[in-house]
Design a protein around this ligand. Structure first.
Ligand code: PLP
Length: 372
């Protein structure tokens, strides 16, 4: 971490989660070792890509797989594959492919911005986004009505960014798309379960390597063999602008291996223990109640802070205090306007628990004293 300090950057205690703006994931020592070893050698890249693809396929329970530089790249490459197939001329034409089959259908409530608009990934790939339904509801007939001759793919986003209520669930989308002979590409960038969406019938699924899996900056695509072959071919086209190096690939494989052994239950247990110790360390602060809460869909436990009227400080003000210090403390703030701050436990260590608790106590108690 001295590297960051030498550049004049503040230290960060990350209780926000696996956020791109904080560097996504801090990798485990065995992943560091794999990265370092790979960076120092030479390898036949095509064969490395083949082996990595097999590894990804096995992890996802899919026919085939591929490693990419990130999930956003995976979405663009996956969509491009549905438009070009394995026709090299078309691969070279992306994003202006000479074909009438280039529409990409997406539910309006899935047209998210994950730091960049998902619709732009479609356009980058040569697709023409077609949004169906309304912001808060899609009817099956609306989806079916859009699935014509000119449609290359349906893109489905699984994310807390997406509208949840009123959207067609994946099994229904797969059902409708299969009936029309159109592949479904799933953006599951931050999801924990590597097999669920393939098992549901998705043709391609995209994940970030640096989110749940805990790898270096990277991504992966798993899915049907012909489509993955078309994905691989994009490396001779737009994929070249999204290149991942040997060290990134090897680092991701090391993280993937570790992730498979740990399993989702392992993550549940370790995050529960950290959340409990945060709850304990934050007892007895006037106006503050803390409890451990589980993520809506994933086996992740967090410490949830409620600032009551007695707290003499709003959640926003507390966030401001925590972000002004050195180390900077970053928290999950999307419920801050209701007086709630969440502390993510995937990205902190047990050693950081007392530091974190002390900073929160100090801010609340000093502020209270200052105003008394
Ligand atoms: C994070 C995220 C992305 C982008 O992932 P990167 O690997 O950072 O490119 C795309 N979609 C969703 C739903 C995400 O959460």
């Amino acid at each position: 971490m001295d590297l960051f300090a030498r550049l004049g950057l503040r230290r960060v205690i990350n209780a926000a989660g696996k956020m791109t703006y904080l560097g996504a994931s801090a990798v485990e020592p065995e992943v560091v070792q794999a990265l370092a070893d790979a960076a120092q050698g030479y390898v036949e890249m095509d064969r490395l890509m083949d082996r990595a693809g097999e590894f990804v396929a096995q992890a996802a329970g899919a026919e085939a797989g591929m490693v990419t530089s990130c999930a956003a790249a995976g979405i663009a490459i996956g969509v491009a594959a549905t438009i070009t197939g394995t026709n090299l001329t078309r691969v070279h034409q992306v994003p202006w492919v000479e074909t009438s089959r280039r529409k990409v259908v997406i539910q309006r409530g899935h047209a998210i911005d994950f730091g960049a608009p998902i619709l732009q990934m479609i356009r980058l790939a040569g697709g023409e986004p077609v949004e169906v339904g309304s912001v808060n509801a899609t009817k099956r007939t609306e989806l079916e009505g859009a699935l014509g001759e000119e449609v290359a793919a349906v893109l489905y986003a699984v994310s807390h960014h997406a509208v949840q209520d009123g959207m067609l669930p994946l099994p229904e989308v797969v059902d409708a798309a299969q009936a029309a002979g159109i592949p479904v590409v799933v953006d599951a960038a931050a999801e924990v379960d590597l097999q669920k969406f393939i098992a549901t019938g998705a043709d391609l699924v995209v994940y970030s390597g640096h989110k749940a899996i805990g790898g270096p900056t990277s991504g992966l695509i798993a899915g049907r063999s012909p489509l993955i072959a078309a994905c691989r071919m994009q490396n001779q086209g737009i994929g070249r602008t999204m290149k991942i190096g040997k060290e990134g690939i090897i680092g991701l494989l090391a993280a993937l291996e570790r992730y498979q052994h740990q399993g989702a239950d392992g993550m549940g247990e370790s995050t529960r223990a950290l959340a409990d110790s945060l709850v304990l360390a934050l007892q007895g602060v006037p106006g503050l109640t803390v409890r451990a809460v589980k993520d809506g869909t994933r086996p992740i436990w967090r410490a949830q802070l409620h600032l009551g009227p007695e707290a003499k400080m709003t959640a926003r003000a507390l966030i401001g205090h925590l972000e002004a210090g050195d180390p900077v403390i970053k928290t999950r703030n999307h419920e801050a306007d209701s007086g709630v701050i969440n502390l993510d436990t995937r990205t902190i260590t047990i050693e950081q628990v007392p530091l974190l608790a002390l900073a929160i106590r100090d801010a609340l108690v000093k502020e209270a004293a200052g105003r008394a």
